[in-house]
Write a new protein. Structure first.
Length: 97
């Protein structure tokens, strides 16, 4: 995923492990206020899901959009994740915060 996002690979700059408030985003694009999260198996248990929901709710209240992918969607999903991120960026370009 980082190979696709780094060096403006999708047309906008992304940062890896970017701190936002009390959290760290896996990948974040500050100009589009877009966060991309890659979730492994540890995110499937109820406790982790509750923490993820609280985290996402907080981030969205700060004006960020959060897109989540399971790690197998990124590893074996080919271009789907990249296309989804590109579409989200295009949709947010006209949004003013």
């Amino acid at each position: 995923m980082w190979q696709a996002l780094r060096n403006h690979g999708i047309g906008v700059p992304f940062r890896r492990q970017m701190p936002i408030g009390p959290y760290f985003a896996d990948f974040a694009c500050p100009s589009a206020r877009l966060i991309v999260e890659i979730d492994g198996r540890t995110h499937k248990n109820p406790e982790a899901q509750a923490k993820d929901l609280a985290r996402q709710t907080w981030l969205e209240k700060q004006g960020w959009m959060v897109i989540r992918f399971e790690d197998d969607q990124v590893i074996g999903g080919g271009q789907l994740a990249v296309d989804t991120i590109g579409a989200a960026i295009r949709a947010r370009k006209n949004h003013s915060w």
